[in-house]
Design a protein around this ligand. Structure first.
Ligand code: GLP
Length: 241
């Protein structure tokens, strides 16, 4: 596990960008595992800037995302597919046909999970970007999700609904369920790149890095992967320094 502590959110984002850019430069056909949330937005901004200034191309890049809310999808402002388009896909030359997220509006959600798993099994993800929930969740894998889990339907915890309500008009609008890659899918990526910013992530980062490996802290599974980069700002790293 390589841990970088950067002075603030912007420095964290630049460092994360360096890591992902190296993957893209080394392999213009790379498969990127992407994440939503506020943590990776700065990194996406760096990617867009670099694409515009230096012409780094995403023409042959494929992407898979970690998760999506049940009931939300294309055209919904709060959906993760909209988030990805607004923050990255619309601003680089990636082919939208090469981007994929679970479809939260699928009629048969279990079938959608099965199809997503089959798709993930057909690829090798070169780098999986991760944020972290204040309760240590990765993707939407809440505490006590089995490490052997694959893409599944998740009942979101009160904690996560509350954390994510800041992005909705009211807490009642936050979906109660999501589709999420499982921990096993995440662990199959060649490189895991976790970004964390802010004091409310400090406890989760402490448990991820220094705590026991246990299903009560989903991100602690990262200790079992042989190629992990964690980039924190000073606040998120305040308990591990
Ligand atoms: C959501 C997402 C996670 C993300 C987490 C933290 O729950 N499903 O993938 O890591 O939020 O979000 P933020 O980066 O906004 O704190």
């Amino acid at each position: 596990m390589r841990i970088f502590i950067e002075k603030d959110y912007d420095a964290m984002s630049r460092k994360a960008f360096e890591v992902i850019k190296e993957v893209i430069v080394n392999n213009p056909n790379a498969v990127l595992g992407l994440a939503t949330g506020s943590s990776p937005i700065g990194m996406y901004q760096e990617m867009v800037k670099d694409h515009k200034e230096n012409g780094t191309s995403y023409k042959n890049i494929k992407s898979v995302n970690l998760d999506e809310y049940v009931g939300l999808g294309e055209g919904d402002e709060q959906s993760y597919v909209t988030f990805m388009r607004e923050n990255l896909f619309n601003h680089v030359d990636i082919d939208l046909n090469n981007t994929r997220l679970p479809n939260g509006k699928a009629v048969d959600l279990q079938k959608e999970c099965d199809n997503y798993n089959a798709y993930l099994d057909s690829l090798k993800v070169d780098v999986q970007v991760l944020g972290i929930g204040s309760n240590g969740h990765i993707g939407f894998n809440e505490p006590n999700t089995p490490f052997g889990s694959v893409t599944h339907i998740v009942d979101l915890t009160e904690n996560t609904i509350k954390d994510n309500s800041r992005l909705f008009n009211s807490i009642d609008e936050v979906p109660k369920q999501a589709l999420s890659m499982g921990i096993k899918n995440i662990m199959q990526a060649k490189l895991l790149l976790l970004v964390a910013s802010g004091k409310n992530k400090a406890d989760a980062i402490y448990k991820t890095v220094k705590g026991d490996v246990c299903e009560t802290v989903p991100a602690s599974v990262l200790q079992l992967h042989n190629n992990v980069v964690i980039i924190c700002d000073e606040d998120a790293a305040s308990l591990i320094k």
